[in-house]
Design a protein around this ligand. Structure first.
Ligand SMILES: [Zn+2]
Length: 233
């Protein structure tokens, strides 16, 4: 199976669904992590150009921990809008990876970039397979399954499916710890310790699911529904 996770900024996918991605990777599935934005606003000490470069490198190294590919979606931090140009960009992210499954931000998220990336991915998931939507990449053959990942700290999100990440929580933490530039930034701007944040959120979802650590998801319903089956690991 080919799995594509699309997060707005370098650290969203790591905070919200990396344990599940690690499970896919461990069982032999192909995983691509797309950070839609460049991360160029996430620093109190570097310039936009400097921090974007640093975060791109961190993203690649973080993805390497689980043997995933890392790509940048071509968006700028804070400037994601739902328009035709953006839609074509996201169609091409999907077409170049040709996934069976996509994970992205929930419509219940609160951050404008998260909301807009989630919306763009939802639109593009179907449109990527339309042959007469001509872009730089050929159309995909099928409409991939789309799942929404949790929101930060589970705010306003009620999972309908859970993935047991008890065996991969270490990978998830290590992936986030590779994002060194964000650890101090999160602490200073949000008073958040990234590792503690991951462990508490996964522990709570695990408590709901009856396992040690879990991640929660909601599937986007789309025609054709297919027969009920487990797609998440
Ligand atoms: Zn974000």
């Amino acid at each position: 199976m080919k799995v594509l996770a699309v997060g707005a900024h370098p650290d969203d996918v790591e905070l919200l669904c990396a344990g599940t991605l690690s499970r896919y990777s461990k069982r032999g599935d192909e995983v691509t992590i797309c950070h839609a934005c460049d991360g160029g606003k996430g620093s109190l000490e570097h310039t936009t150009e400097e921090i974007a470069k640093i975060r791109r490198k961190e993203a690649i190294e973080s993805a390497e921990i689980i043997g995933a590919d890392s790509i940048w979606g071509g968006f700028i931090d804070g400037e994601v809008t739902v328009d035709l140009k953006s839609r074509i960009k996201v169609i091409d992210i999907i077409r170049q990876t040709d996934p069976d499954l996509i994970i992205t931000h929930s419509p219940n998220d609160y951050h404008a970039d998260h909301l807009n990336i989630g919306k763009l991915v939802f639109e593009a998931t179907y449109l990527a397979c339309i042959k007469l939507w001509v872009t730089d990449y050929p159309n995909t053959d099928t409409v991939p399954t789309l799942y929404y990942m949790d929101t930060l700290a589970g705010v306003n999100f009620n999972p309908s499916e859970y993935v047991d990440i008890s065996d991969t929580i270490k990978d998830k933490v290590n992936m986030m710890l590779k994002m060194k530039s964000q650890l101090g930034f999160l602490k200073t701007t949000h008073n958040t310790d990234a590792e503690e944040f991951i462990r508490i959120a996964a522990k709570f979802r695990g408590f709901q699911a009856g396992v040690a650590f879990a991640e929660g998801f909601v599937q986007q319903q789309m025609y054709p529904f297919g027969l009920t089956k487990r797609i998440l690991p």
